[in-house]
Ligand binder design. Structure first.
Ligand code: IMP
Ligand code: MG
Length: 187
């Protein structure tokens, strides 16, 4: 807690500790290593939220792979989904016949990923799968298959380990519930 104690004051509680995250990322890396052996793996980081998870996860995958980065905007600075998804930065390379693994920080309504999967499918990859660090199943509004998920969490707004509120808190090493007083004072 020490190095970030000022930011930790904005949390009501720590939901997932850095140790729990590290263990889950290690296990997921081993599973991906098994499942994608012999395939042409492209891991796609969805910026910015997944950046911390992504950089940890790729180092736990013991396979040759390519990395790609994509940025979509869905939320603005608020805490609930608008359903509007826009590609801000697209992939740099062709994914035709590749085995694409989308790496996301959190699946909430599912709208962002559902849209992304439909866009990427049109580019004829051999396969598309999704790996998310967090999932809020209670919030889902679209039908979405998520192949890999580290933690199911309750319906609360969380920050840390890449996840932000208004572009802040991404640097927290743990994942915590943001105190409602933070976003109620800044709607
Ligand atoms: P969806 O389209 O509703 O599934 O929203 C997914 C995106 O919303 C994620 O990539 C996050 O950027 C953002 N998001 C959803 N819930 C949270 C949260 O609790 N904290 C921070 N960002 C969130
Ligand atoms: Mg975000």
């Amino acid at each position: 807690m020490d190095a970030h104690s000022t930011i930790y004051n904005d949390l009501t509680k720590i939901l997932v500790t850095r140790e729990e995250i590290a263990q889950a990322v290690r296990q997921l890396g081993m599973q991906i290593t098994r499942d994608f052996a012999g395939k042409d793996l492209v891991m796609v980081c969805i910026l910015k939220g997944a950046c911390v998870f992504f950089t940890d996860l790729i180092r736990e995958v013991d396979l040759p792979l390519n990395t790609e980065f994509m940025s979509v905007s869905s939320y603005g600075s608020g805490t609930s989904s608008t359903g509007v998804v826009r590609i801000v930065k697209d992939l740099d390379r062709n994914i035709e016949n590749k085995d694409v693994l989308i790496v996301e920080d959190i699946v909430d309504s599912g709208r962002t990923l559902s849209y992304l999967v439909s866009v990427l499918r049109q580019r004829h990859p051999r396969s598309i799968s999704i790996a998310t660090l967090l999932d809020k199943p209670a919030r889902r509004v679209v039908d979405l298959t998520v192949q890999y998920s580290c933690f199911d969490i309750p319906d609360a707004f969380v920050v840390g380990y890449g996840l932000d509120y208004d572009e802040k808190y991404r640097n927290l090493p743990d994942i915590g519930v943001l105190s409602p007083k933070i976003y109620e004072s800044n709607p």
